[in-house]
Design a protein around this ligand. Sequence first.
Ligand SMILES: [Zn+2]
Ligand SMILES: [Zn+2]
Length: 263
Amino acid sequence: MYVDSHCHLSFPDFTDRMPEVLAAMHAAGVPRALTICTTLEEFEQVHALAMRHAELWCSVGVHPDNEGVAEPTLEDLTRRASRPRVVAIGETGLDYYRLNGRSVHDMAWQRDRFRVHIRAARATGLPLIIHTRSASQDTLDILREEGGGAMRGVFHCFTETQAVADAALELGFHISFSGILTFRNAADLREVARQVPLERCLIETDSPYLAPAPHRGKTNQPAYVVHVAAELARLKGLGADEVAAATTRNFERLFNLPEGLTP
Ligand SMILES: [Zn+2]
Ligand SMILES: [Zn+2]
């Protein structure tokens, strides 16, 4: 049994397709997924999915790329995080990939938003889901400043270097690998995946984006996480069943879910 630790089932790609998506999950041996919140505006919709479907849990947070949306306060995040089936704070972090003519200095609003999420994670005891792109040093620095030495969470859709992976592991985080592992140009990432201890690995799809081979270019869906697991197993010289069991156990422990629960 596999778990998709990061997907966006509230996105329009899935609006009329949930029965089909859930059926495909069960057929592929993926009975559980964590659907991720990216704005406060979409939170009710994300949360409703987790309430309606026994297969799903959800997070609360505002993605660093989202501008012109409601800015979360500590109070907003902690209040929403207390709702049933909310198991994480995020996705949050820093993304300097598209600065649109601005400098890193101008992105203070992202750093402020990230700090609010870290404080919410500390206040609620929930793990953090970290998105970091072209901003790993600031991400790590802010986690160290705000984290108080007791952080739990995951660097999701990991695409950074071994040094960043080591720093994240040192801080107590898990590392989640996506379908990018199967992309032809991801040799460096595959090397990192070989090195990250299995007991700190998660797998995800980041649906609807980043469909793994052999579905590359299509709309991704949680059922396809089996292809991420297969690649991780190949890289580590393990059976897919071992990777499935370990990443499921890691998921259950990180997000405080009942172990061995299959809806
Ligand atoms: Zn992300
Ligand atoms: Zn995401």
